[in-house]
Design a protein around this ligand. Structure first.
Ligand code: 5GP
Ligand code: ZN
Length: 139
């Protein structure tokens, strides 16, 4: 399944070049062209799926393996102190490319990319009610 207007499908097809770091039958991992820190890479399934919820769960093992292997190598190669693994789903969450992908971002002490801003619950009831609501919506 490939989408003509999808930039990542074009990378997989070899129509757009990339700096590949890891590949299996199902997965490609390559450097992000606009890295948060140098060495920032993307893990993508070769099949076009739009986001987290469209991914077949069978791909989970391959994705995890790619994140572990490439993530370890990125940390070693860059001398990073840590690694963020992240995924943006839907525009509101910052998704720009609608072909599911996981970001592997090497992190350095004092690199200036602070933790995201946190809020507080009004009280523990509010948190408990929301947890119950979420629980009730899981099949
Ligand atoms: P998103 O915001 O959708 O989670 O992330 C998309 C990422 O893809 C961005 O970090 C962006 O820099 C990267 N990207 C977009 N176009 C290209 C491209 O043509 N080649 C590569 N290597 N990365 C790209
Ligand atoms: Zn695609």
């Amino acid at each position: 399944m490939s989408h003509n207007d999808c930039i990542f499908c074009k990378i997989i097809a070899g129509d757009i070049p990339c700096f590949k770091v890891y590949e299996t039958d199902n997965i490609l991992c390559f450097l992000d062209i606009g890295p948060v820190n140098k060495g920032h890479a993307l893990v993508i399934p070769k099949e076009h799926h739009e986001n987290l919820w469209a991914l077949p769960t069978e791909l989970g093992k391959d994705i995890l393996e790619a994140c572990q292997k490439a993530g370890k190598a990125i940390v070693e190669a860059t001398g990073a102190d840590g690694l963020n693994v992240g995924m943006n789903n839907h525009e509101a969450a910052g998704q720009l490319v609608f072909h599911a992908h996981y970001h592997l971002i090497p992190r350095f002490k004092d690199d200036g990319h602070d933790h995201w801003q946190q809020q507080e619950y009004e009280n523990m009831d509010e948190a408990a009610q929301l947890a119950d609501k979420i629980k009730g919506l899981i099949d």
